[in-house]
Design a protein around this ligand. Structure first.
Ligand code: HEC
Ligand code: HEC
Ligand code: HEC
Ligand code: HEC
Ligand code: HEC
Length: 397
C-alpha cells in the first residue's frame, strides 16, 4: 500500500517536471501546432468554457449542422485536395477550421489542431484586422481578413506580469487591446458571408454597422465572470437563456365592444438582428386566449405561424424565382422579417370569441426552419430540432 502510494507520488512528480520542462524547452517555438490542451494546462477555466463553445465544435467533423452542409456543398472533410465546384480551396475552412486553412489542407483529421476549430491560437495570434473587403472590392473572409504572428501570442492587456509568466514558459504575450478588446477580433469571421451567388447568408457585422453605437461583441459575448476571467463560452443561439436576454415581450389587451383587442410588443435589445447569424435561425410567437375556467377558446395559429400567422414569424427567406431554396443555391432574398437592430415591433390581434379573460403569449426560438428539419431529419440530433421557449407574457381583460 505504502509503496503504491509512493510510486504514484513519484510518477506524478515526474509527470509534473516532465510537463513543465517540455513546455520550457519550447521557448520561442513556432505556435503553429499549439493545441488548446496545452494552453488549458494553465488556463483551466477558459479551456473548459472554450471546449463547450461552438468555436471548439465548428469543424465539419464536429458540428452536425455545418458537417451536413459541408459534405453536401464541398465534399469529404477527411480527404486531401478537396476543391469546390469552381476548383477553389473551400472558403468554409477560413472560418470553420482556421488552422487547416492556414496550412492549406482539407484533411481535417490529419493533425489534431485542424479539427480544433476556432482554437486558442486562431484568435490569440491575430495581429491586425484588414477588413473583409479588399481594395479591389473582392472579399477576403475568415483568416484571410487578418495578419497573424507565428510566435507571439496577442493579449488584451499584456501587462508585464502576464508577459513574464509567458516568457518563462515559452512565448511572449504582446499587448494588442486594439484588436482583442474590439469587434475586430470577431469581424473576420462574423462580418459577412455571401454564397456563390452573392446572396448574403450571415451578416452580423453589417447589421451592427447600421445600428452604430459603441458596444463591442465582447461586451455581451465575453462577459467577465465572478472569477475575474473573461468568459470564452461565447453563448449564442444554442443557449436559450442567452437568446432570451435579447428580447422583451409584452402584451396589452383591452375590450372593444364584443371583441378583445390584443397588442404584442416585441423589442430587440441587441445591436444586431434578432435573431442574427445563420440564415435558418428564426423565432415566432403564439397566442392563446382562455375563459374564466381556464379553457382555451382561441389560438393565433392552428399549426405553425409560418403557415397561418405570418406577422408572428421572424425569419430570413432566400431562394430563387420558384420560391425558397437551401442557402447554398439561393439566388435572391425573398424576405426578411427578423427584428432589426434595436427595433420595436407591434403585432395586432382581434379576438371575436366570447368569454375571453386571459391571453398568453409565448415566443419560441428555433435553430432551424421546418423545411430544413424535414430534409435532414435522419442526419441531425433531436435536441437541435426542438424549438426553445425564450419569452412569455400574460394579459387580463
Ligand atoms: C505554463 C502556464 C501557461 C501556459 C501553458 C499558457 N499560459 Fe497564458 N498565461 C499564464 C499566466 C500565469 C498568465 C497571467 C495570469 C492570467 O491571465 O491567468 C497568462 C496570461 C495569458 C493571457 C493574458 C495576456 C494579457 O493580455 O495580459 C493570454 C491571452 C494568454 N495567457 C493566452 C495563452 C494561450 C493562447 C496559451 C496557449 C498557446 C497560453 N496562454 C498558455 C500561464 C500560461
Ligand atoms: C476564425 C473565425 C472566427 C473568429 C475570429 C470568431 N468566430 Fe465566432 N464563430 C466562428 C464560427 C465558424 C462559428 C460557428 C460554429 C458552428 O456553429 O459551426 C462561430 C460561432 C460563434 C457564436 C455562436 C454560438 C452559437 O451558439 O451559435 C458566437 C456567439 C460567436 N461565434 C462569437 C464570437 C465573438 C464574440 C468573436 C470575437 C471575440 C468571435 N466569435 C470570433 C468563427 C469565428
Ligand atoms: C474567438 C476568439 C478567441 C478564442 C478561440 C480564444 N480567445 Fe482568449 N480571448 C479572446 C478575446 C477577444 C479576449 C479579450 C477579451 C476582452 O478583454 O474583452 C481574450 C482573453 C483571453 C485571456 C485574458 C483574459 C483573462 O480572462 O484572463 C486569456 C488568458 C485567454 N483569452 C486565453 C485563451 C485560451 C487559453 C483559449 C483556448 C482554450 C482562448 N483564449 C481562446 C478571444 C479568444
Ligand atoms: C447587447 C448584447 C450583444 C452585443 C453587443 C452583440 N451580441 Fe451577438 N447576440 C446577443 C444575443 C442576446 C444573441 C442571441 C439572439 C440572437 O441570435 O440574435 C446573440 C447572438 C449572436 C450570434 C449567434 C447566432 C447564432 O446563429 O446562434 C452571433 C454569431 C453573434 N451574436 C455575434 C455577434 C457579434 C459578431 C457581435 C459584435 C459585432 C455581437 N454579436 C454583438 C447579444 C449581443
Ligand atoms: C466568413 C466566415 C464563414 C465562412 C467562409 C463560412 N461560414 Fe459557416 N458560419 C460562420 C459563422 C460565424 C457561423 C455561426 C454563427 C452564425 O450563425 O452567424 C456559421 C454557421 C454555419 C452553419 C450553421 C451551423 C449551426 O450550428 O447551425 C452552417 C451549416 C455553415 N456555417 C456552413 C458553412 C459552409 C458549408 C461553408 C462553406 C461553403 C461556410 N459555412 C462558410 C462563418 C462562416
Amino acid at each position: 500500500m505504502k509503496l503504491n502510494f509512493f510510486a504514484v507520488l513519484c510518477f506524478s512528480l515526474f509527470s509534473l517536471i516532465f510537463a513543465s520542462t517540455s513546455f520550457a524547452a519550447d521557448a520561442h517555438e513556432d505556435l503553429t501546432n499549439t493545441s488548446a490542451e496545452k494552453c488549458g494546462k494553465c488556463h483551466e477555466t477558459i479551456y473548459e468554457q472554450w471546449s463547450e463553445s461552438l468555436h471548439a465544435q465548428s469543424t465539419a467533423l464536429k458540428d452536425p449542422i455545418h458537417g451536413t452542409f459541408y459534405r453536401a456543398v464541398v465534399g469529404d472533410p477527411q480527404k486531401e485536395n478537396v476543391v469546390t465546384k469552381s476548383g477553389k480551396y473551400p472558403v468554409c475552412l477560413q472560418c470553420h477550421a482556421p488552422e487547416a486553412a492556414k496550412a492549406k489542407t482539407t484533411k481535417l483529421d490529419k493533425k489534431k489542431i485542424y479539427n480544433e476549430g476556432v482554437t486558442c491560437i486562431s484568435c490569440h495570434t491575430l495581429t491586425k484586422y484588414k477588413g473583409t473587403v479588399k481594395p479591389d472590392g473582392g472579399l477576403r473572409l475568415g483568416m484571410k481578413a487578418y495578419e497573424y504572428s507565428k510566435t507571439d501570442l496577442q493579449g488584451p492587456m499584456g501587462t508585464e506580469n502576464n508577459r513574464e509568466h509567458h516568457q518563462k514558459y515559452g512565448q511572449d504575450v504582446v499587448p494588442n487591446g486594439g484588436l482583442m478588446k474590439t469587434s475586430d477580433a470577431c469581424m473576420g469571421c462574423h462580418d459577412q458571408r455571401p454564397n456563390a451567388n452573392k446572396v448574403s447568408l450571415c451578416q452580423t457585422g453589417a447589421e451592427v454597422k447600421v445600428a452604430g453605437g459603441s458596444s463591442t461583441c465582447q461586451t455581451c459575448h465575453m462577459p467577465t465572470t465572478s472569477k475575474g476571467i473573461t468568459s470564452h463560452a461565447m453563448m449564442g443561439g444554442h443557449m436559450k437563456e442567452m437568446v432570451s436576454s435579447g428580447l422583451v415581450l409584452t402584451l396589452k389587451a383591452k375590450k372593444s365592444g364584443n371583441k378583445a383587442k390584443v397588442t404584442v410588443i416585441l423589442q430587440n435589445l441587441l445591436p444586431h438582428n434578432f435573431p442574427t447569424g445563420a440564415p435558418f435561425r428564426n423565432f415566432y410567437v403564439k397566442l392563446n386566449a382562455f375563459d374564466k375556467e381556464g379553457k382555451k377558446v382561441w389560438s393565433s395559429t392552428k399549426s405553425h405561424p409560418m403557415k397561418d400567422d405570418k406577422q408572428a414569424m421572424f425569419m430570413y427567406t432566400i431562394g430563387n424565382d420558384k420560391g425558397p431554396s437551401s442557402p447554398p443555391t439561393a439566388t435572391k432574398v425573398l424576405g426578411d422579417t427578423r427584428l432589426k437592430p434595436n427595433e420595436t415591433r407591434k403585432l395586432d390581434y382581434e379576438i371575436k370569441e366570447k368569454g375571453v379573460v386571459t391571453i398568453k403569449a409565448t415566443a419560441y426560438y428555433d435553430l432551424l426552419l421546418n423545411p430544413i428539419k424535414k430534409k435532414f431529419a435522419d442526419k441531425l440530433p433531436a435536441h437541435l430540432m426542438k424549438p426553445q421557449i425564450i419569452a412569455r407574457a400574460k394579459a387580463t381583460l
